[in-house]
Design a protein around this ligand. Sequence first.
Ligand code: FES
Ligand code: FES
Length: 266
Amino acid sequence: MSSCAEARQAQTCRAIARYKMVGEGLAASWGLIAVSLSVYHLIIAHMCITLVHLKRAFPFIPPVIGRLRKPVNPKLTRRRFIKGVIASGVAATSTSLWYSATGADRPAGAVERLLSINVNGQVRRVDVAPQETLAHTLRYKLGLTGTKLGCNRGECGACTVVADDVNIYACSTLTHEVKDKAVVTVEGLRAADGTLHPVQAAFVAELSPACGFCTAGQVMSAFALLKNNPRPTREEARQAMSGNLCRCGAYDHYLNGVMRASGQLS
Ligand code: FES
Ligand code: FES
């Protein structure tokens, strides 16, 4: 082969090698692009699925997610939602809030949160969590702080109130249990003109309160006793008041007060 032919062949070989390199480079970059696009789509698909599930789990989450799907229950308005969380709703589960919006499609066993309770002769509308105690509702939702919290576990009687003429520990009673009862707290005893109830007046006359922390509970137990037994013996009164502890030890003064209120001590 002549040197001229060899030079041409070598040139051709170099050209072919260059084309090969360019071809491989293009294939590699297209492959990379294809892989990145797949990963990108995969991520987008996962995000969409996550958002849809979030929307299902928390239907009240507003617009951005809400637009992905039609709301499950269009009756859930902002006003209803706020009603559902008034005063304590932070701890509420999204499920109970959701169903409180309509009531009609509430599942069996779900508890109505918005209650009407009769307290001191007035019907009060209040949002109550299923596990909420009456003492909590009275003190922190209705502002009736005359009901004291001592032990908060049914031992001291400081939280005593009366429901349908029976004295109960408000710290150990669920508010939902009294929704059909007439509840009376110490605030409900005084007359509209400010006159003290006979039990309160008798306790004042007998100097019953010392520090006064147990007094509201003592008053309510005495009130319930005299409703059911207007002229108790001292022993009956002692029994009836035995659920109310007094750290100041003013028991005899309270008993004297009960006897005075019943008209047996002057
Ligand atoms: S606070 Fe309720 S019994 Fe003590
Ligand atoms: S008066 Fe103080 S605890 Fe009863």
